[in-house]
Design a protein around this ligand. Structure first.
Ligand code: URA
Length: 209
């Protein structure tokens, strides 16, 4: 069963409250999303493997720890996931970046992949799938399935806000994928928006309507 980690850090909660406010403009929204993504990744990567190496400081030689496990990759789900990329890259500059885009087929209502480009060695990387809003979980679940079809089986899902419906969907479809969120909200409304949520993350991020 997927682990669900909800970050209750005061800085994250403070920044998220400003993002939720409908009067917060695009510039501030974008900056805050990036900052929260960076703070979240600090915790998402807490259990990465390290190994001991010898380092010569100006004073002496000492044993120090460096990352030793799988390299990281990040995969934003287009388009709102793009708003989380800079924050993650700030903290993990060596991470490779893939992209995946989906649309819903108007007839079958099934998610269809329209774009997917992953780093060449993605199968050997720990991939962080980024999407600010986990609503029904339909897109995130499909994105994870499409990425698994390409041989990648080490993934973590990182969302800003999740609805219980989305969490349940990922836990059912992908029990091997842990979920990291800044907030777990109440429910989805009839239009598929998270309540209380923050509205349409993509529109608020890019200033579209
Ligand atoms: N996508 C969004 O951007 N907002 C929601 O509330 C749900 C899905």
């Amino acid at each position: 069963m997927s682990k669900v980690v909800v970050f209750d850090h005061p800085l994250i909660q403070h920044k998220l409250s400003i993002m939720r406010d409908k009067n917060t403009g695009t510039k501030e929204f974008r900056e805050l999303l990036s900052e929260i993504a960076m703070l979240m990744v600090f915790e998402v990567t807490r259990d990465l493997e390290t190994k001991e190496i010898d380092v010569e400081t100006p004073i002496t030689t000492c044993k120090c720890r460096v990352l030793s496990g799988k390299k990281l990759g990040i995969v934003p789900i287009l388009r709102a996931g793009l708003g989380m990329v800079d924050g993650v890259i700030n903290l993990v500059p060596a991470a490779r970046v893939g992209h995946i885009g989906l649309y819903r087929d108007p007839k079958t209502l099934e998610p269809v992949e329209y774009y997917c480009k992953l780093p060449e060695d993605s199968e050997n990387r720990e991939l962080l799938i980024l999407d600010p809003m986990l609503a029904t979980g339909g897109s995130a679940s499909a994105a994870i399935s499409f990425i698994k079809q390409r041989g990648c089986h080490h993934m973590r899902l990182v969302n800003l806000i999740a609805a219980p419906e989305g969490i349940a969907r990922i836990q059912k479809d992908h029990p091997d994928v842990d979920i990291y969120v800044a907030a777990l909200d109440d429910h989805l409304n009839d239009h598929g928006y998270i309540v209380p949520g923050l509205g349409d993350a993509g529109d608020r991020l890019f200033g579209t309507k």
